[in-house]
Design a protein around this ligand. Structure first.
Ligand code: DC
Length: 211
């Protein structure tokens, strides 16, 4: 059985939480595709001592290991920016393409979250959701996640960071962040996470017959 749920949208809109809930409910596998770009970005920064070299980034993308994906520093704002930068390099995207495509159509169903799942990785996905929320709400949510580890961080800094990343992700030539024509746009600005999950589950249930 092949069944793909594509969940795209800007940073900190709630994609990850919704994706994990959908995967758990229906017994699907889950891939956070942002972590692939984060792992490449962080490693490319390390190798280049703060400077990302596109050729090296592409090589790293072609040889990612589980250890790279298990690093504890992938969720930082710096990793997010590095991810967004390497994600604009066509050779990096090309190196990660096949793995994601195969994952999407694996037997037993899969949920993938990212920026281009419904448009590029799996245009044939049975369910496509584009999760979004206002910039300010997303910044507040992400700030709550990051402030424990970095108490000096302000909401304004997080907001700037998210906007810079969104602009780059939406403006790049290759696989820009945008809703697929047939995606349901789920604006979670005025929803708590339970409501957002409920709406996503209802949509999947309306398409998935469980066989
Ligand atoms: O989902 P995230 O915030 O962990 O993603 C980090 C960055 O990776 C994001 O700013 C852009 C890039 N990305 C991408 O270009 N395509 C994806 N499918 C997933 C992430």
């Amino acid at each position: 059985m092949k069944f793909t749920v594509a969940i795209d949208g800007p940073a900190a809109a709630g994609k990850g939480t919704i994706s994990r809930a959908v995967a758990a409910k229906f017994g699907f596998a889950y891939l956070d595709t942002g972590s692939l770009y984060r792992a490449v970005g962080v490693k490319a920064l390390e190798v280049g001592r703060g400077v990302i070299d596109p050729v090296i980034a592409a090589q790293l993308a072609g040889s990612l290991s589980q250890t790279d994906l298990d690093r504890g520093d992938l969720r930082t704002a710096m990793a997010g920016q590095a991810a967004s930068k390497v994600a604009a390099i066509p050779e990096v995207r090309a190196a990660l393409l096949e793995f994601q495509k195969t994952y999407a159509r694996r037997d037993g169903g899969a949920v993938l979250d990212g920026r281009d799942i419904g448009t590029v990785i799996c245009p044939e996905a049975e369910v496509k959701i584009y999760v979004t929320a206002s910039d300010e709400i997303r910044a507040e949510r992400r700030h709550k996640e990051l402030v424990q580890a970095k108490p000096e961080l302000t909401v304004a800094q997080v907001l700037n960071d998210l906007r810079a990343r969104d602009d780059r992700d939406a403006a790049r030539d290759i696989a820009p962040m945008k809703p697929a024509d047939d995606a349901l746009v789920l604006d979670t600005s005025d929803m708590d996470i339970a409501e957002a999950i409920k709406q996503a589950l209802t949509l999947v249930r309306s398409v998935y017959d469980g066989t």
